[in-house]
Design a protein around this ligand. Structure first.
Ligand SMILES: [Fe+2]
Length: 189
């Protein structure tokens, strides 16, 4: 299931006390020696203080599909900025062994979650909307779809952290037990 975690209930208060700059977050991610738990990733994103000017090098949109722009990546973790025009959405997917969280920087994010039964196939579970400043995420087994609603009227900018970095993802179809593989397009990311 998609997971909203209150980091205040999972981490010492001191780790949540002060805002985190974008530059400092990049330093922290680049220094990770092991994939951090999802609760820690939530804490970083919920305390992050990032401006549109700081994200500007990573803000570019394209037709046809959302655009992934990589901020940093090592063997343990990666951070990306995704830019979505109205109607852009991911395939229905899981993270194939990674976990991760998403901060909405600007716009409206729709997330739909699904349940998978080997006999019945993929079934709709729930949907939720997130606005600027809100964080959502996925544990390892979660299956979801993210997107900018076609009726939103403007672009969506999201900040994503995954640990370990995403590799080959598994994709699903509603009503089908079939599972395919999908490699996110990191071209110019
Ligand atoms: Fe995802």
């Amino acid at each position: 299931m998609s997971t909203h975690i209150d980091p205040a209930t999972n981490l010492p208060h001191a780790e949540n006390a002060s805002p985190l700059s974008f530059r400092k977050l990049i330093e922290i991610l680049e220094s990770q020696q092991a994939p951090p738990p999802l609760e820690q990733i939530y804490s970083w994103l919920e305390n992050l203080n990032v401006s549109s000017a700081e994200l500007q090098p990573y803000i570019r949109f394209k037709d046809g599909n959302y655009w992934r722009h990589r901020v940093c990546r090592n063997d343990q973790i990666e951070m990306l900025v995704l830019c979505w025009r109205p109607g852009h959405r991911t395939p229905i997917h899981d993270h194939n062994g990674s976990h991760g969280a998403v901060l909405v920087h600007d716009g409206i994010l729709w997330e739909t979650t699904f349940a998978f039964d080997p006999q019945e196939g993929l079934c709709y579970k729930a949907a939720r909307q997130y606005s600027a400043g809100e964080v959502t995420g996925a544990q390892v087994p979660d299956i979801h779809q993210l997107g900018n609603p076609d009726v939103s009227g403007h672009g969506l900018i999201t900040l994503h952290i995954y640990a370990p970095p995403l590799g080959v993802l598994k994709t699903y179809k509603v009503g089908s037990p079939e599972i395919d593989l999908y490699i996110p397009d990191d071209t110019e990311a």
